[in-house]
Structure formats: structure tokens, C-alpha cells
Design a protein around this ligand. Structure first.
Ligand code: PLP
Length: 396
């Protein structure tokens, strides 16, 4: 894709790429709520359907508002192609359905979004695709799990909620040496903070629901990568199976991308301040945030990310009882599992997002009963700390 914004800065691309102004001379991107498009002749209809002429056909797979979002996100991640999907989960499903076959094997980090694990274990397994789980930060564990059938390495970095950092360069070398694809769920950082393709990843998947929207409004997802695997293979699956992003949601996500750079810097700055403050709290046994110098992979995080993001995990010494007391004493922080919102949210992972894991799997992922996860929003950071202080004061 050559575009006049190709050699512009990230923030410029985030505001400008992909909008082709229509004859109405609009300044803001238009929404095209139409299921189909009209052809000028029978010849043109045949040429469009046959792929001999580019252009819109039907909004399951060609919609101008969705395409604007796809082109913009592809430019921000540094990928050739992007396919937008109806959710983050359907982005992951579409990637697997397009690129894997029965008999193939995935090696996945064990520290991934809980529903992704259910997708692998309960559904992909039905179609003969098996998955093994490894420790995100243990390269030897990854090496040992690879078999001749392994076609894909899958991970999130930083991990949820522990903020562990995968070494993307090392894992992309391992993937290449074994003829595997490296697929990275870049939901926590977004391209504003981390661009996995630059470190050798093959495919990036997103839940646009999180920071790309940024205000907790719409469900959506995306797959970014090269023109063959994403532009043809994943696109082919989407065109056939139809987990399509709606034009209304694509428009919301476009508006989200316009402020992404600013928002990610603000989330990161506030999170760093809250994480440092939490480290000094007597009732806290540990803070997991890669922006802290005490984090074992602080240097790797600095190399791969331009900032450390908005997600913090911390452990309350008194376990589940005290963690719940803290939550229940809060005045206004939202008790919800969503993250990446302008509103600060708090959850107790062991009984919510990670509640469906077995106790062993939860322990292996490092999630203890005293752990809480914060997604730091865009409110005044002093107010966020004051509400948490109210929670600490309630622990008896
Ligand atoms: C939320 C999330 C998903 C799933 O996205 P949905 O839009 O909810 O389908 C996948 N990966 C990560 C890391 C997430 O946080």
C-alpha cells in the first residue's frame, strides 16, 4: 500500500490514513451503512465478483468505513494487510481457521486471555488442532514444546494480569527456525506502544474492544500481517464465514485510533505513578508492572515498548478476603472485567477472568487469591490513588 502518509509520523497516520474523501467533501470519515453496492452494468458486476476489478460488492467483506479502519490499523502496525472482525475472539478464530489444518499443533503461552484458552482447548481441538502451553518467559520451555506438527507460536505480551514480557526477537527466531508462524495478541500495548511485526512476528491480532475503542463502547477485532496470509487467507475466511465488523463500529474505532497515541501515553504515565505508590503500601506484598525498575524484565520492556501501558496487577498480603474488602470499599472505581477504558477498572482475576481455569492452571499462571488487577483510566491520578487508599483503609 503506497499512501501519501507512508513516511509520516505515527500520530499523523493514526489521524489520517485510509480516508478517501467522497464527492461531498466531508472532513470526518463517513459511515456507509449499506449491505450491498450497485454496479453500473452486468459486465461490471461480473468483473467485481470475479476479482478482475477492485471495488465494493457486499458489506460482509467490502465496506468503505471498515476498509478505512483496516488501512489505518495496518499502517500503524507496519503490516501489509489488515482484516477487521466482529470481536477480538473472532480475530483469533479467523486466524486459526485460515492458517491451520487438522493435525497441526499450536504452542501457546499459558498466560493468555482465558477465553482464548477455551477456544483452543474446547473448540479447535474438535477439529484436530491441538495446543500445548508453556511459560511465556521461558525460552527453553517453548523449544521443548515444539514438535514436527507445530505450525504456530501464540502469545500476549505483556501478559494479563502479571505483566510478564515475552522476548519477541528470540521467539521469532525460534519460530523461523521451526517453520512456524509467530502470532502476537497486541491488545495490551496497541501499536502506539509496541509493534510486534518490527521484532519479527508474522501476525498481530487485536481486540479493538479495549484500547483501540478506548471508551468501552463497541466490540471488535482485527488481524494484521502480510498480503498473502492476512490479505488473502484470513480475508478469504472472513468473506466466507462472515465474522465481519459493522461499519458503525469501524467508525467508532477510527475515532479511537485518532486519539490512541495520546491516550496510551496518558494511561502509561498514570499507571506508572499508581504502581510506584502501590509498591510503598504496607498491605501490598508485590506489584507487577513492567515500568517499575523492580520488575525482572524492565529492560526488555524498555527495548520492545515505548511505554508500559495501563494494566497493573498487585497482591494483597491478606489474600482473597482482604482483596474483596478493598474492592467493596471503593467509592467510584468500576468493578468490571473490561480494560483499556477511559474509566479505571478493578477486578479480582482468581474469581472472575481466570475463574474458569483449574486451580493448577491458575497457580501456574501465577494468579493468587490476593491478586487484584487495575486498568488505569484517564481520570485524575490523585483521585484514583485516593479511592484505592479508601480500599486499603477498609482492610481489617
Ligand atoms: C478482550 C481480549 C480478547 C478478546 O476480545 P473480545 O473483543 O472481547 O472478543 C482477546 N485477547 C485479549 C488480550 C483480550 O484482553
Amino acid at each position: 500500500m503506497t499512501d501519501k502518509y507512508d513516511n509520516k509520523g505515527f500520530a499523523t497516520k493514526a489521524v489520517r490514513v485510509g480516508h478517501k474523501r467522497t464527492a461531498e467533501s466531508e472532513q470526518s470519515e463517513p459511515i456507509f451503512p449499506t449491505s450491498s453496492f450497485v454496479f453500473e452494468s452486468a459486465e461490471q458486476a461480473a468483473a467485481r465478483f470475479g476479482g478482475d476489478e477492485p471495488g465494493n460488492i457486499y458489506s460482509r467483506f467490502t465496506n468503505p468505513t471498515v476498509r478505512t479502519f483496516e488501512q489505518r490499523l495496518a499502517a500503524l502496525e507496519g503490516g501489509e494487510s489488515c482484516v477487521a472482525t466482529s470481536s477480538g475472539m473472532s480475530a483469533i478464530l479467523s486466524t486459526m481457521m485460515a492458517l491451520l489444518s487438522a493435525g497441526d499443533h499450536i504452542v501457546s503461552s499459558m498466560s493468555i486471555f482465558g477465553t482464548t484458552r477455551v477456544l483452543f482447548d474446547k473448540y479447535l481441538s474438535k477439529f484436530g488442532v491441538s495446543t500445548s502451553y508453556v511459560k511465556l518467559i521461558d525460552l527453553d520451555d517453548w523449544k521443548a514444546a515444539i514438535t514436527p506438527e507445530t505450525k504456530m507460536l501464540f502469545l500476549e505480551t505483556p501478559s494479563n494480569p502479571m505483566n510478564e514480557i515475552a522476548d519477541l526477537e528470540a521467539l521469532s527466531e525460534l519460530a523461523k527456525a521451526n517453520d512456524c508462524l509467530l502470532v502476537v495478541d497486541n491488545c495490551f500495548c496497541t501499536p502506539a506502544l509496541q509493534r510486534p511485526l518490527e521484532f519479527g512476528a508474522d501476525i498481530v491480532v487485536h481486540s479493538a474492544t479495549k484500547y483501540i475503542d478506548g471508551q468501552g463502547r463497541c466490540i471488535g477485532g482485527a488481524v494484521v500481517g502480510d498480503a498473502k496470509r492476512v490479505g488473502e487467507d484470513v480475508y478469504g475466511f472472513l468473506r466466507t464465514a462472515g465474522p465481519t465488523m459493522s461499519p458503525f463500529n469501524a467508525w467508532t474505532f477510527l475515532k479511537g485510533l485518532e486519539t490512541l497515541d495520546l491516550r496510551m501515553k496518558a494511561h502509561s504515565a498514570s499507571a506508572l505513578e499508581v504502581a510506584s505508590w502501590l509498591e510503598s503500601q504496607p498491605l501490598v506484598s508485590h506489584v507487577f508492572y513492567s515500568g517499575l525498575p523492580s520488575h525482572p524484565q524492565h529492560e526488555l520492556a524498555k527495548k520492545q515498548q515505548s511505554a508500559f501501558g495501563g494494566i497493573i496487577a498487585f497482591e494483597i498480603k491478606g489474600g482473597k478476603k482482604d482483596a474483596w474488602s478493598l474492592i467493596n470499599a471503593l467509592e467510584w472505581l468500576s468493578i468490571t472485567a473490561n480494560l483499556g477504558d477511559s474509566k479505571t477498572t478493578i477486578t479480582h482475576p482468581a474469581t472472575t477472568t481466570h475463574g474458569r481455569l483449574t486451580e493448577e492452571a491458575r497457580a501456574a499462571a501465577g494468579i493468587t487469591d490476593g491478586m487484584l488487577r487495575l486498568s488505569i483510566g484517564l481520570e485524575s491520578v490523585d483521585d484514583i490513588k485516593a479511592d484505592l487508599a479508601r480500599g486499603f483503609a477498609a482492610i481489617k
